[in-house]
Write a protein that binds this ligand. Structure first.
Ligand code: HEM
Length: 402
């Protein structure tokens, strides 16, 4: 009896040792993986990745490992092997290689943990291939520079004026909250709007011609564009708009309050985007083995491009943690091309880039020319690892005295 027990115990121990070895060195072939640690069995290094950091700087999980292992390191997050890249050239290459070396990839559990659930299925972005191209074209037609100038700009200014005027009537506003959509009710409203537009498609189309009209038109010809799918896509677009712009504007307000002399500088938005890095990384999956600097990233592994590491690289940006909009005057265009990626890059880059920059410029212009503000509650900047503002950033807005 004893001998059977010892035999089983031995088998379990050998199994555990084998499993741990395989976890630490996950490939069977003799490829040279980037340096780094796969962390604890099953957990990997997930826990320190989600620690809260109260600084604008690169998250400590990433910073300490970049210092220890260099610009490319391996790790394991939420059960998946990941290579993290803070190398500007390699990151640039990866973002340009969609469909060739890599594909957009969101780890399900990662997405849930960082609060982006809803946009993925089985890890892959559900908006792929032809649908992706088509949708992006529709978004760009509405939010690209031409339509912005011809149709949207005056409306934006009016909306911003109205919002700021409303803000003067309340004791204070929580900036991030004031710019954010209420998710549940928005989804219901969107579904209703699609139905209404479907019912009166011809009529509204002539008078409005917005993204929703384009989508309703597409739904007639494309069986993949179902009502459910499209209300979900519209919701995704709204989230992509509000979450990003509200975070960037809140951070801009905090930085401007700390540096009032900078207010008139047009490069404030670029500088805020450089320092914001509200997501920890852009995720891709290697669709074939990728060879880089003598290392191999095996097919199927996740690659995380870390914008904060690129935007806080002291070789590109002197005193990277200093808010200095003037730095942009001296930065050559070709330097910025690989070292400034707040909107991603390649075919998966953000289609809302022009709209976001125009909206934020209009907001800041109206704010500083017509209004003044004072801080009521300081926003505590936290990265966990998505950027947030603790218990909120509250300001009191008043009209400027004439
Ligand atoms: C400050 C504002 C914004 C920032 C910083 C931002 C940032 C980004 C980034 C970094 C990506 C690429 C992610 C990746 O490569 O994995 C992206 C993609 C995307 N963004 Fe934005 N975004 C902003 C505003 C907007 C707006 C206003 C829209 C509205 C249409 C939008 C819609 C999208 C969409 C649909 C994608 C997916 C593109 C694709 O998969 O090809 N974003 N955004």
């Amino acid at each position: 009896m004893w001998s059977i027990g010892i035999y089983v115990m031995g088998l379990v121990i050998i199994g555990m040792i084998h499993w741990t070895r395989k976890w630490r060195n996950p490939t069977c072939t003799a490829v040279r993986l980037p340096p780094g640690s796969m962390g604890l069995l099953l957990l990997g290094e997930t826990i320190p990745f989600f620690f809260t950091s109260k600084s604008l700087d690169i998250h400590p999980f990433l910073k300490t490992r970049i210092q220890k292992y260099g610009p490319l390191f391996k790790t394991n997050l939420v059960g998946r092997p990941v290579v993290v890249s803070s190398d500007p050239d390699f990151s640039h290459l990866i973002l340009q290689q969609e469909g060739k070396l890599v594909e957009l990839w969101y780890m399900d559990s990662f997405v849930k943990l960082v609060g982006l659930s809803g946009s993925v299925k089985d890890g892959s972005c559900i908006i792929a291939g032809k649908i992706h191209k088509h949708l992006k074209k529709l978004i760009f037609k509405q939010l690209g520079p031409e339509n912005l100038k011809e149709k949207l700009l005056s409306g934006l200014e009016e909306t911003v004026n109205q919002a700021l005027s409303n803000w003067t009537t309340v004791p204070f506003v929580d900036v991030k909250h004031a710019c954010t959509v209420k998710q549940k009710s928005t989804l219901i409203i969107l579904r209703r709007m699609i139905e209404e537009r479907q019912e009166s498609a011809g009529e509204i189309r002539r008078s409005s011609g917005d993204l929703l009209d384009d989508i309703v038109e597409e739904m007639k010809n494309n069986s993949l564009f179902t009502k459910d799918f499209m209300s979900y896509i519209m919701f995704g677009i709204l989230i992509a708009t509000f979450e990003t712009i509200s975070t960037t504007l809140t951070l801009t307000m905090i930085l401007l309050t700390q540096h009032p002399l900078v207010v008139q500088n047009l490069e404030v938005i670029n500088e805020s985007l450089r320092m914001g890095n509200f997501v920890p990384g852009y995720l891709r999956r290697a669709i074939k083995d990728i060879h880089v600097n003598g290392y191999t990233i095996p097919e199927g592994w996740t690659i995380m491009v870390v914008p904060s590491a690129i935007h806080f690289n002291p070789e590109t940006y002197k005193d990277p943690l200093t808010f200095n909009p003037w730095r942009w005057k001296d930065l050559a265009g070709n330097v910025a091309a690989k070292n400034f990626i707040p909107f991603g890059g390649g075919v998966r880059s953000c289609p809302g880039v022009d709209f976001s920059k125009v909206l934020m410029s209009v907001f800041l212009h109206v704010l500083v020319t017509k209004y003044r503000w004072s801080e009521i509650k300081q926003g505590e900047i936290v990265r966990a690892p998505i950027m947030g503002f603790g218990k909120g950033y509250c300001i009191k807005v008043s009209e400027k005295l004439k």
